[in-house]
Design a protein around this ligand. Structure first.
Ligand code: SF4
Length: 268
């Protein structure tokens, strides 16, 4: 990326870490009876759009948070005023998300992995042959977002870490692919699903099954799991890089993530 002229690269998993922490704190605050439940508000714009348009009555159960892409772009612009930001991933829907009026201040361009591969090829750059560069240190929680079930696991392990003795633990339910997401929500509304944390991903397998991924879904899932296992820190609350970044962004305590913020909050 530096050879192409970029000033730097930030791993979006670091912002998945921060949003995991926010969701875990919200779960801790909001889930106080056996009938309470929370829908994840994080990464997938297809899931968010489905809940907003088809199941709007469930919006009070979805905390108002931005996606890791938006959090990352806004943080970069906050720390480096004037920066131009580009998000790269396997997702086409992110291109539309970046243009949504209330979050369009975060991400100037969105490219897919396949588009990025074409750019590297045209520029004669083979990233695999280049030495590793320094990068940010996300925890396991943030790293596994990219495959289905990852958000639930991340939030569950973080809730257990911040509130080990809470009587109501995370009972998660996940669905991937739009038909499965609809079936999960219909079951919830029919009283047949008793989970208290519901995760939906628009693509089968989650983002590793995204429309512009470059490798087969199962191979991507294996890579994501391996990368998660290599993390030094299990959850964001253990991750000193998350705490330091929050301080740089003006958060003195992690609990301040529960307050409205210009960077991480979204009013749906
Ligand atoms: S699951 Fe698919 S649509 Fe949703 S964010 Fe990931 S790649 Fe995009």
């Amino acid at each position: 990326f530096k050879r192409l002229g970029f000033a730097g690269m930030v791993e979006v998993a670091l912002f998945a870490d921060i949003l995991t922490l926010k969701e875990a704190l919200e779960f801790n605050q909001n889930i106080v009876t056996e009938s309470d439940y929370q829908l994840t508000s994080c990464c997938c714009p297809i899931w968010i759009a489905m809940i907003r348009k088809v199941y709007h009555e469930l919006m009070p159960h979805m905390p108002g948070a931005v996606s890791p892409m938006v959090a990352c772009g806004r943080s970069i612009k906050h720390l480096y005023p004037g920066a131009v930001t580009m998000f790269i991933g396997p997702c086409i829907a992110k291109k539309a998300e970046a243009r949504e009026a209330d979050v369009s201040d975060s991400t100037d361009f969105v490219l897919t992995f396949q588009e990025m591969r074409d750019i590297f090829e045209c520029a004669g750059i083979d990233p695999a042959s280049l030495p590793e560069d320094e990068r940010d240190h996300s925890s396991r929680a943030g790293r596994i977002y990219a495959r289905s079930g990852g958000v639930s696991e991340a939030v569950k392990s973080t809730v257990e870490r911040i509130s080990p003795n809470r009587p109501i633990t995370v009972r998660s339910s996940q669905a991937d692919g739009v038909p499965a997401c609809k079936a999960m929500i219909n079951d919830l509304l029919a009283g047949k699903n008793h989970a208290n944390f519901l995760e939906g991903m628009g693509c089968v397998g989650g983002c590793v099954g995204g429309p512009r991924a470059m490798i087969p879904r199962e191979e991507g899932r294996g890579n994501v799991n391996r990368y998660g296992e290599e993390a030094v820190y299990p959850t964001p609350i253990d991750n000193p890089y998350v705490i330091e970044l929050l301080h740089r962004l003006g958060f003195d305590t992690v609990e301040q993530l529960l307050e409205n913020s210009d960077i991480f909050t979204r009013i749906f």
